[in-house]
Design a protein around this ligand. Structure first.
Ligand code: COA
Length: 175
């Protein structure tokens, strides 16, 4: 039984299990969902992504990408969670979110990401939590704007050819 991490009004965030990977790969293998990423992933790439950012991260950091599920039915909707990512401040905890397309436009990402923000600052005691968003990923910006306090810009590798590109860094500090 996967461990529950957080509950919100409509959602349960729980640890991901290997049985979730085929569903999660629908997102990471989907061109529309991966529009603002360097490309779609193969199943093996999706499995390696969750090995690193979920399973290994649970053990090494005590956080990672979690399964976003409907609180009532348990239906898997996507993932949202906290992982260590390179920013202008070095390696720091970042909130990321990916939902299957059928579940866009319902406020689930905002609800899940806000719960992760509060968990990071209040439960884990982190001093600052961020989200990294490509300037052309408007849906993700609309989520990040509602979750975070302020925004900066920084450059890191991320373009399809491995070159440097500009990202928005949405920031919330513990006050
Ligand atoms: C990023 C992503 C999760 C955003 O999905 P989303 O459905 O737009 O975000 P939410 O689930 O928070 O829903 C917010 C939208 O639902 C609407 N909404 C409907 N009911 C709502 C409710 N009860 N509460 C809040 N918002 C609600 C909001 O108005 C908002 O729409 P708007 O931005 O047009 O105003 C989605 O586009 C995605 O999975 N993309 C692929 C992966 C990706 O790019 N991830 C981000 C990487 S940085």
């Amino acid at each position: 039984m996967a461990r529950d991490i957080l509950k919100t009004e409509r959602l349960t965030l729980r640890e991901i299990t290997p049985a979730d990977l085929p569903f999660l790969h629908r997102i990471f293998g989907d061109a529309e969902s991966m529009r603002y990423y360097p490309g779609i992933k193969s199943f093996d790439e999706t499995a390696r992504w969750f090995q690193r950012l979920a399973f290994d991260s649970y053990t090494s950091q005590g956080f990672g990408l979690w399964a976003v599920t409907d609180r009532q039915s348990g239906t898997l909707l996507g993932d949202c969670g906290i992982t260590l990512q390179e920013t202008s401040a070095g390696l720091e905890p970042e909130i990321g979110y990916h939902l299957w397309r059928d579940h866009w436009g319902k406020g689930y990402a905002i609800e899940a990401a806000a719960a992760c923000r509060d968990h990071a600052l209040q439960t884990l005691g982190l001093a600052r939590i961020v989200s990294i968003v490509r300037p052309d990923n408007i849906p993700s910006q609309r989520v990040a704007e509602r979750v975070h306090r302020r925004r900066e810009t920084f450059a890191k590798t991320g373009s399809p050819d491995g070159g440097m590109m500009e990202f928005y860094l949405y920031i919330t500090d513990r006050t």
